[in-house]
Design a protein around this ligand. Structure first.
Ligand code: ADP
Ligand code: 5GP
Length: 196
């Protein structure tokens, strides 16, 4: 079986659509775990209670973020609500050099940028929630402490984000978690082992 060149997978979707849950499920599979690295972004947004610094995000100040941008340590970045998010350049470069495939959770701006940088070695996947009602429930369930105003803003942005779904290589409906995990694994496995 011929091994393909290191690949980059970008997962996008509205806040609460299930990106983090799906990536964690995929990476639980031992055979994929060894071959993949998940990029951990920098963010200036406050940490949620269940999140860990260095695992979910690197939580940094706005001043630190801007310093990293000026030092060209950020491969691509975005502003979402009033917060900055950025992909660590050195980490991605190093992982790709060692032949590891990369998984990234990015917004539409990030997906476009990474596609431009990596071309055919990049696969973009959009995660659709079953409905806006279900999405609201999932956002609320994830963090009871998130301000009502922020939940409303995230739902507003969700509508715009869903309108970009057709620009992605794949679009998956995250209704039944088990099914969508298998679909995602199938897309990834086919791309990294094109002749299997
Ligand atoms: P995102 O990373 O896209 O913001 P999360 O992965 O944090 O979203 O998921 C938001 C919430 O929805 C979490 O509480 C998660 O457990 C739940 N969730 C994700 N996928 C499903 C699913 N298929 N069915 C039910 N709940 C789900
Ligand atoms: P959240 O606050 O829900 O964790 O993330 C908000 C949005 O920012 C999500 O769409 C997420 O995928 C996106 N995001 C997280 N990190 C990055 C990043 O480094 N770059 C870009 N472009 N988007 C990111």
């Amino acid at each position: 079986m011929r091994q393909n060149k290191a690949q980059v997978f970008v997962i996008s979707g509205p806040s609460g659509s299930g990106k983090t849950t799906l990536l964690s499920s995929v990476l639980k599979e031992k055979t994929l775990q060894k071959k993949f690295a998940r990029s951990v972004s920098f963010t200036t947004r406050p940490r949620r209670s269940k999140e860990q610094n260095g695992k979910d995000y690197f939580f940094i100040s706005e001043a630190e973020f801007k310093k990293s941008l000026r030092a060209k340590k950020i491969l691509e970045w975005t502003r979402y609500l009033s917060y900055y998010y950025g992909t660590p350049k050195e980490f991605v470069d190093n992982q790709l050099k060692t032949g590891k495939h990369i998984l990234l959770c990015l917004d539409f701006k990030g997906a476009l940028r990474i596609k431009k940088l990596y071309g055919n070695h990049c696969t973009t996947i959009f995660i659709l929630p079953p409905s806006l009602t279900e999405l609201t429930k999932r956002i609320e369930k994830r963090c009871h402490l998130t301000k009502r105003e922020e939940i409303e803003q995230r739902l507003q942005l969700a509508k715009e984000e869903i309108s970009t779904a057709s620009k992605y290589d794949y679009c998956l409906l995250n209704d039944n978690l088990k099914t969508v995990v298998e679909e995602l694994k199938a897309i990834i496995t086919k791309k990294i082992n094109p002749q299997s």
